[in-house]
Design a protein around this ligand. Structure first.
Ligand code: UDP
Length: 382
């Protein structure tokens, strides 16, 4: 009955499903274990009418014109300018640490330090904190130490349970020291929030006669593998000859037979306030204090600035244990975990027509744009 089965209804799965149905005339079944489409980008109006991101803030940004154009088929954009501040010592300082932050921290010394930074790295450079820490100049080391202690160390300890020096350097490298006066969190050419929310993108993307959606359904409820048989995949107990695009956690699909792949999870605590605004920016990072990492105030993201009250969410990171209802958000990439992932991947590499796609299934820290591009590429190849 189906040509392709897609497991997981986030961006990876939804884009692939749409492309296979639309461009390749496939009959596609997309399933998801949750009761809604959209994966972690799912958003909805809360009981006060404020559009909340149920699984934490998602701010779209990309330099990839193909991806931006593709998503623009399904949405208009609220041209949101995302600026983040860190609550540090009673002040709010721009993050990423940039030349404006430098002025606020170093006052009269800032100009001399700015000249040093720029002559070492160049104007507009994006310098990972771990790289700045290795610079031989004493003044630059002093800045690096300040940034490390006030922006990275405690936030990263909360987020990952490890210091920035103990985790994949690419993670802290996502938020470099920025040698410009651009206070935006992202410098990409295209950025914004879907005008009517992310969920509407998914509704439109999946609204195609070739696509069936099944929610509240686990991959393992409908699929099983039979590596010994002639046909390797069985769908609802019948041999399945089509493609399977799997976007879930690979270890769980195999019953964690080699042990659990470590992920970080988050607890979200939503709060509603009867006042127009809770904080100064959409996202405020708590880089030195508190148990949560950041607070997001949603009306900034949705543009509902005239609402008389406001909803926020606090993010409390934790280890993912796999217990019911818990969600794996971030792969913890290090040589040991990546090797374990490769063991699981080897199990599916032998299965023709079985493809892994996205943050969970590929065990990588992808942004939305990277996932959309990979999904477009995969659908094109199939
Ligand atoms: N980070 C930090 N302090 C900050 C912002 C980020 O230490 O104020 C580090 C932290 O390790 C975090 C990583 O940089 O996990 C990547 O941050 P990003 O904002 O990209 O994380 P995401 O929004 O994907 O959770």
């Amino acid at each position: 009955m189906y040509d392709s089965i897609v497991i997981g209804c986030g961006f990876a799965g939804a884009v692939v499903a749409r492309e296979l149905a639309e461009k390749k005339n496939k009959r596609v079944l997309i399933i998801d274990s949750r009761p809604h489409i959209g994966g972690n980008c799912y958003d909805r109006k809360d009981e006060y009418g404020i559009l909340i991101h149920q699984y934490g803030p998602h701010i779209f940004h990309t330099n990839n014109e193909r991806v931006f154009k593709y998503l623009s088929r399904f949405t208009e954009w609220y041209p949101f300018r995302h600026e983040v501040v860190g609550k540090i010592g009673g002040r709010e300082l721009p993050i990423p640490f940039n030349l404006n932050t430098l002025d606020m921290v170093y006052g009269e010394r800032a100009l001399e330090l700015e000249n040093k930074l720029i002559s070492s790295f160049g104007e507009g450079a994006r310098v990972p904190i771990l790289e700045l820490m290795n610079h031989p100049d004493e003044d630059l080391q002093e800045i690096a130490q300040y940034v490390y202690e006030n922006i990275f160390l405690k936030y990263t300890m909360k987020q990952w349970g490890r210091s920035p020096k103990e985790i994949d350097p690419a993670v802290s490298g996502r938020v470099p020291v920025l040698l410009s006066r651009d206070n935006r969190y992202f410098q990409d050419k295209y950025q914004g929030i879907p005008l009517h929310g992310y969920t509407e993108i998914f509704e439109k993307m999946l609204d195609h006669e070739g696509i069936d959606i099944r929610l509240n359904c686990q991959g393992t409820d409908v699929l099983c593998l039979d590596p010994e048989g002639d046909v390797k995949v069985r769908f609802e107990d019948e041999p399945f000859h089509g493609d399977v695009i799997f976007t879930g956690a690979l270890d769980e699909f195999f019953g964690c037979c080699y042990g659990r792949l470590p992920y970080r999870s988050l607890d979200f605590y939503f709060e509603h306030y009867e006042k127009p605004f809770y904080q100064s920016h959409a996202v405020v990072n708590y880089t030195v204090s508190e148990k949560f990492t950041r607070i997001t105030e949603f009306k900034y993201l949705s543009g509902q600035l005239d609402m008389k009250d406001t909803t926020i969410v606090k993010e409390y990171p934790k280890a993912y244990s796999g217990s019911k209802g818990e969600i794996p958000y971030y792969a913890i990439n290090n040589p040991e975990n990546d090797a374990l992932f490769e063991k699981y991947k080897a199990l599916v590499d032998q299965i023709p027509g079985f493809y892994l796609l996205g943050r969970l299934a590929e065990y990588k820290y992808y942004n939305i744009d990277a996932i959309v591009e990979r999904a477009l590429d995969l659908a094109e190849r199939l």
